[in-house]
Each structure stands twice: as structure tokens, then as C-alpha cells.
Design a protein around this ligand. Structure first.
Ligand SMILES: [Zn+2]
Length: 182
């Protein structure tokens, strides 16, 4: 398959097989024809731009560019988490996907995203993911019992064994507590 043809088409045919070669081509295109690469839809409703956007990277002057393996991980996340959430609840707003500057986090491997669905309480989305999807780790972050719109949902997916770890935190970080709020 010709890279510029699928980049210019902005998406691959739904039945196309994403090979390691294609992911390497996309990683290279981020350097060679950035605007085109960013517009590429990894899956029908999620572009590479949405998954790479980072105010922190921009503020620090860091190029938040994934390699081929990290792009493959981002697509895996779109297929197994973000597209099913969108199909169930409607448009998903990704607030943080890939983060090259947090290599120890699953965000640094392209395996995790933070997101919200406008008009749907984060706890509703989190419970549905917990009960429905094959996730690796699900964290309801910065939740507040008095404000259903507070915080965001963090979810990861990997090609390894999925842990199905479920955590919550009233802030955006430690300490974490097991499970979702009652
Ligand atoms: Zn996160």
C-alpha cells in the first residue's frame, strides 16, 4: 500500500491490515509531512493529532512524536477502548494520549488515554468500561461525589495480558484506591 495514498485519503480502508511497515511509514511521515500524518485517522473517529496533542509538550518545546511501536499501541487503544466508548456514548474528547515525557507511564508507551464524554458523568463511562471492555487499567481520576463532571477517565490497553486493574483517585495522582466509588 502506498503511504501518500492512504495518508491523503486520511484513513485506511476499514478492512485494511495495519502492518509494522505501515506504522513505520506513519512514524516517518510525522517527520516528512507532519500535517498529513497528524490528520491520519487511526480508526474512523480518532486522528493521530488527537492522540498526540499535549499542552505540556508544547510548553516545554518537546516534539511529542511516537515511534512505530507507540503508534501501533495508540491504534490498539483506539480499536479496543476509544471506539467502543464512542459507539456507546457519543463523541469522546481525548484530553491526553501519548506523552513522550512520561516514559514510565502507559501514556509514554502509547497504551493509555485520558478522556471524557461531554454530557455523560465520568463515573458512568468508567463503570461501563469496567463491566464491558477488555482494558488493562482503568482509573477514575479527580472524581468528586458532588460533581459528576469532575475529573476524567484514564484507560489503557495492551497487547500483553490485560490486568483489568480498576482504581480511583480524588486527585489526579496518588494515593490511589481500589475500585470505583459506590
Ligand atoms: Zn492518564
Amino acid at each position: 500500500m502506498n503511504l501518500s495514498a492512504y495518508l491523503q485519503g486520511r484513513h485506511l480502508p476499514a478492512d485494511a491490515t495495519w502492518t509494522p511497515t505501515i506504522f513505520a511509514d506513519v512514524a516517518r511521515a510525522l517527520r516528512d509531512d507532519r500535517a498529513l500524518a497528524l490528520a491520519l485517522a487511526l480508526t474512523p473517529h480518532f486522528t493521530l493529532r488527537e492522540l498526540l496533542h499535549s499542552d505540556t509538550a508544547k510548553a516545554r518545546g518537546i516534539a511529542n512524536d511516537p515511534n512505530a511501536a507507540q503508534i501501533a499501541a495508540l491504534r490498539h487503544l483506539c480499536v479496543h477502548i476509544l471506539e467502543p466508548v464512542r459507539a456507546k456514548f457519543g463523541p469522546v474528547r481525548v484530553t491526553s494520549g501519548f506523552r513522550i515525557f512520561t516514559p514510565a507511564s502507559q501514556h509514554g508507551r502509547g497504551e493509555a488515554a485520558d478522556f471524557e464524554v461531554t454530557g455523560v458523568p465520568n463515573i458512568t463511562v468508567a463503570r461501563w468500561i469496567r463491566d464491558t471492555l477488555p482494558f488493562d487499567q482503568l482509573i477514575l481520576e479527580a472524581w468528586s461525589p458532588s460533581d459528576p463532571n469532575a475529573g476524567w477517565v484514564h484507560t489503557s490497553a495492551t497487547v500483553r495480558q490485560m490486568r483489568k486493574s480498576v482504581l480511583r483517585t480524588p486527585t489526579g495522582g496518588a494515593p490511589y484506591f481500589a475500585g470505583l466509588p459506590k
